[in-house]
Design a protein around this ligand. Structure first.
Ligand SMILES: [Cu+2]
Length: 425
C-alpha cells in the first residue's frame, strides 16, 4: 500500500496524450489509493529544469500560468482539473524530455512523475541532428519510395485543383489544413515529429545540405542526397528523385528570384490590414517568390510543387507568418472581417467561390466530387488527433482560423510555432 495518484493529459492517462504546445492542454489528477489518508492531500505540480522541454500550469484555462500550481486532492478519488502549457521558448528536443512532477506540500520527493513532450514546429535551420533525422525518417516512410500516402498529398495539389487552394481567400486556411493533415500522418508514424519550417527570408545552409533537404550540384537541378539520407529514395508519380535548381546561393543567401529577395517577415507580421488585403500580397511575395526562387524544378510550379517535399517546409513558413500576424494583431475570430472574409454560404448573393467562404467545407477532405469541385477526393476524411477534437473529418475554412483556441477552446488544432506564443485577448 502506498499513496497512488493518476494523471491524465488531453483526456487520457495513456502516453499518446503526453504532448503539449503553447496553448493550454487539459490535465486531471486524482487519488487512486489514499493509503489511509482522509479528507484532502495538498500537492504541488512542477516541471523541473532539465535539458529538454518545460511546462507551466494554470488552474483555469484563461488564468495566468506559473511554474508551480498547488492543488488539494480529495482522498475519495474525485478528480481535480488544471491546465498544462509548454513554457514559451522551452520546447522539447526529444519525446518525453519534459516532466510533470507532483510533489507533496512539503518535501522534494515526487509522489508522481509523468514524462511529456513540448512539441512545436521549429525553424528547420535550428533542428538538432536527431530532430532532423526523425523528421526525414517519418517523411520517407510516408512516401515509402513512392508507394505510400504521400502520393495522395501530391494528387490533391495539381493544376486541376488550383481553384480550391490558390488566388482566393482560402489560400491560407486550405494550406493550413493541408500541412496539419501531413503533420498528423507523420505523427502517426512518429509522435515526436513536428513539421519544420524553412525561413526563406534568411540563409538556410543546413536545410540545403545533402543530409537534410538535399543540394543541387548541376544545371539539371537533380537534387543530391547522402546515401544515408532517408529521402534518397523519395519518389512521386512513379519517378525517383527531386528536381530543384535555385536562383539564389543556398549556402549564403535568403530566397530570391529575378525580381529580388523575398520580403522579410516583419512587414508581413506587423501589417494591420484586414485579412482580405493581407492575403494577396502574402500569396504573391513572400509565398510565390519563394516558390519561384527555383528557376527549374518541381517546386516552382503549382502543378508539380508537392513532388518536392521542401514544399511543406516552405508552406509551414507561410503558415507561420499568418499565425504570427494573427497573434500580433489578435485576429482569431472567424466571424470578424479583420480575421477572415466572412461571407454567407456559397450560393447566396455576394458569396465567394465555394470552398472560400468561412462556413464552406474544404476539398478534398469533404468527399465532394461534383462540379465545381474536382472529380476525385484523395484525402477524405481529415485525420483525427489524440490531442484535439478539431477540425473534424470535413474541416471548414473557418475552422482553421482560431488554431490555438484563443476565442473558443474547442477550435484548438494541436500545433504551434516555436516563435508564436499563445496569448488570450
Ligand atoms: Cu499550394
Amino acid at each position: 500500500m502506498a499513496l497512488t495518484l493518476e494523471l491524465a493529459l488531453n483526456g487520457t492517462t495513456l502516453p499518446r496524450g503526453r504532448y503539449v504546445g503553447w496553448a493550454p492542454a487539459p490535465g486531471r489528477l486524482r487519488v487512486v489509493d489514499p493509503d489511509g489518508a482522509v479528507g484532502a492531500i495538498a500537492v504541488r505540480l512542477g516541471s523541473p529544469v532539465g535539458r529538454g522541454g518545460r511546462v507551466v500550469f494554470a488552474p483555469q484555462r484563461n488564468a495566468e500560468a506559473a511554474d508551480e500550481l498547488a492543488l488539494d486532492l480529495p482522498t475519495n478519488g474525485a478528480p481535480v482539473d488544471f491546465w498544462v502549457l509548454g513554457r514559451f521558448q522551452s520546447p522539447s528536443r526529444s519525446d518525453g524530455d519534459a516532466r510533470i512532477t507532483v510533489l507533496p506540500a512539503a518535501g522534494a520527493t515526487p509522489l508522481l512523475t509523468v514524462p511529456l513532450m513540448v512539441r512545436v514546429r521549429k525553424d528547420a535551420q535550428t533542428l538538432t541532428l536527431a530532430e532532423r533525422n526523425r523528421f526525414l525518417s517519418a517523411l520517407a516512410r510516408l512516401n515509402n519510395a513512392g508507394l505510400g500516402a504521400y502520393q495522395s498529398f501530391r494528387d490533391m495539389h495539381t493544376d486541376d485543383t488550383n481553384d480550391e487552394a490558390h488566388s482566393r481567400d482560402a489560400f491560407l486556411p486550405w494550406h493550413r489544413a493541408y500541412l496539419l493533415d501531413l503533420e498528423r500522418e507523420l505523427q502517426t508514424i512518429d509522435p515526436s515529429v513536428s513539421l519544420p519550417y524553412w525561413r526563406f527570408d534568411r540563409p538556410a545552409p543546413q536545410v540545403f545540405s545533402r543530409s537534410f533537404m538535399g543540394t543541387t550540384e548541376s544545371a539539371t537541378g537533380v537534387v543530391v542526397f547522402n546515401p544515408s539520407n532517408p529521402l534518397s529514395l523519395f519518389s512521386t508519380d512513379g519517378q525517383l528523385g527531386i528536381v530543384r535548381l535555385p536562383f539564389f546561393d543556398t549556402r549564403t543567401e535568403a530566397a530570391a528570384n529575378f525580381n529580388g529577395p523575398v520580403v522579410s517577415e516583419q512587414p508581413v507580421v506587423q501589417s494591420q490590414l484586414p485579412y482580405t488585403r493581407l492575403r494577396p500580397p502574402l500569396e504573391n511575395n513572400p509565398h510565390g517568390r519563394a516558390h519561384t526562387s527555383f528557376t527549374v524544378g518541381y517546386i516552382s510550379q503549382i502543378g508539380t510543387a508537392v513532388r518536392d517535399p521542401l514544399f511543406f517546409l516552405l508552406h509551414a513558413n507561410v503558415d507561420r507568418l499568418w499565425a504570427k500576424w494573427q497573434w500580433f494583431n489578435q485576429r482569431f475570430d472567424p466571424a470578424a472581417q479583420s480575421s477572415y472574409f466572412f461571407r454567407a454560404r456559397a450560393g447566396t448573393p455576394g458569396a465567394a467561390r465555394i470552398g472560400h467562404n468561412a462556413p464552406d467545407t474544404m476539398w478534398s477532405w469533404n468527399d465532394e466530387r461534383t462540379d465545381p469541385r474536382p472529380p476525385t477526393a484523395p484525402r477524405t476524411p481529415f485525420p483525427d488527433s489524440p490531442l484535439a477534437a478539431a477540425p473534424g473529418p470535413a474541416p471548414t475554412v473557418g475552422s482553421m482560423i482560431d488554431y490555438q483556441g484563443v476565442i473558443s477552446p474547442a477550435n484548438q488544432l494541436g500545433f504551434d510555432y516555436d516563435d508564436v506564443p499563445f496569448e488570450m485577448s
